[in-house]
Structures are given as C-alpha cells and as structure tokens.
Ligand binder design. Sequence first.
Ligand code: FAD
Length: 261
Amino acid sequence: MNVLIVYAHPEPKSLNGSLKNFTIEHLKNTGHDVQVSDLYAMNWKSALDASDAKTRRDDSYFDASLDSKYAFENGLQSDDIALEQRKLMWADAVIFQFPLWWFSMPAIMKGWVERVYAYGFAYGVGEHNDQHWGDRYGEGTLVGKRAMLMVTAGGWEPHYSERGINGPINDILFPIQHGILHYPGFDVLPPFVVYHTSKVNTDNFPAICNQLGQRLDDLWHTQPIAFRKQNHGDYNIPQLTLKEDIAPEVTGFAAHIVTKQ
Ligand SMILES: Cc1cc2nc3c(=O)[nH]c(=O)nc-3n(C[C@H](O)[C@H](O)[C@H](O)COP(=O)(O)OP(=O)(O)OC[C@H]3O[C@@H](n4cnc5c(N)ncnc54)[C@H](O)[C@@H]3O)c2cc1C
C-alpha cells in the first residue's frame, strides 16, 4: 500500500521527528511504499494568496475560491500545490503528524490544507441539487482512502477526557477529522495521540513505538470513525440539519457520528 505522511515539526531531533522516523521505517519494513511531505524541510509556503496560480483569472480582484477553481481546472496551479495533490491521489492512506499547538495543527500544516485543497479538488465537487448537496462528507475526490492523525500533546490524557478542562480530544480534533478529512471523502481512523510529552524519555519511548507500530499494522483493518454521510438519508437537504428522527436527543459534534444501538 502507498502511505503519505504529511508532517509538521521544525526540529528533526524532536519527539515528533523520532516518531516520524519510526513510522517510515516500520511501514517500509512491512512492505509499504512511503512518501513524506516534511513541510518545514520543504519550506512550505503556508499563506494562500494570488501567487498560487501561474496565470490569474482576473488581475483586479483576488477571490480565494474562484481563483483556486480557475487554476485547478486550467492546469495553472503552482507546482508545489499540484505535486501535493498528486501525492494524495497516489496514497491509499495519509497520516497527518503534528504537535498540538494551540488546540490545533501548526500553521504551516493549516496552510498546506488551505492551498492543496483546491476548489474542484477537495471542495465544490459533484452536483448540488435537492437530494445531493455536492460530493462531500463521506464522498468526494479522496473517497476510498484512509486518513489518521498522529498527534503529540503537552497536556495529560485526563485533561482531554470527557470532563477534562481542555475538552474531549475527539471534540478538539473534530474540525480536522470531520471538516478537513471526512469532507473530501477520507475514511478517518481514530487518532494516535501521545499525551504529556514532557514525560517521554528513553524508558517509555519503546512502549509508545510499540503502540504506534500496532496502529500502523492495523491501518487497513481499523474501523473508521462512523461519521454520518451527508447524502445517505440522515440529513435534510438543503438545510443540512439532521432529520428529526436521527439521534433526536444528541446535539453538537457527537450527533454526526453513528453510535451502535
Ligand atoms: C506554540 C505551542 C502551542 C502549544 N499548544 C498546546 C496545546 O494547545 N495543547 C497541548 O496539550 N500542548 C500544547 N503545546 C505543547 C506541545 O503539544 C508539545 O510541546 C509537543 O507536542 C511536544 O512534541 P515535540 O515533538 O515538540 O517534543 P519534544 O519537546 O521534542 O520532546 C518531548 C520529550 O520527548 C523526549 N524525546 C524526544 N525524542 C525521544 C526519543 N527518541 N527517545 C526518547 N525520548 C525522546 C524529549 O527528551 C522530551 O523530553 C504547545 C506548544 C507550543 C510550542
């Protein structure tokens, strides 16, 4: 299988660097092909702007969505964007690895998403009508591929529990897992999270690698998070609210995940 690792950490000798190296080696040793987009090493341009197209649609006004659509449809995207899109199409699974910075991904990775997820590639895909509101949330360009977050956090695991002060980790990661990964069609696996990073040392690092190795071995078999698909009957279209009889007692993020009866 082909695995793409999109990786954001500025220091190669960091914990993230060690975990990335372990991941590459483990995947290769188990017969997979691996590509890495090491965003800091690539000096990735994170700001989406008018220079992302080789030729502009309209020189007088930059429209982030329409300029993206025009560049994508006419083969005018900058080379770095087109290359990352080709890597995504090559991959059977994509791992997004990053330290949790201010409750989200580092800015350089957010910029990767903003620029690589072009109009026509990751959004604005498919027909919009009263039954089908575009190919998104479970359908789209990246359907059939798996994605997993690999996150390190300074906070302790209980800080991210259901009643922990930081909020539940699944809520914090929801905008990424649902909004960035499920949206263009990925099957999203439960995240691999290393908590309390200041306590990681040579004694407990091997155990973390063991757990990570297990998750990598299970990459093709792990049950994805059961996010509801937009066009499969659970939502009113075009309001895009859950139908009244679907999980009527549940609100918020949890309502968009199917729970077993
Ligand atoms: C801007 C910013 C915002 C942040 N926001 C949040 C937040 O919102 N929530 C939160 O929980 N945390 C937050 N943090 C903390 C952050 O998540 C952690 O600092 C980060 O996840 C640690 O990962 P690292 O790769 O940088 O670890 P490092 O600092 O490189 O390493 C952590 C520990 O692992 C050890 N280590 C590294 N490699 C190995 C190895 N090969 N073998 C054994 N031991 C090793 C190191 O010695 C060190 O003790 C923030 C930090 C910053 C800088």
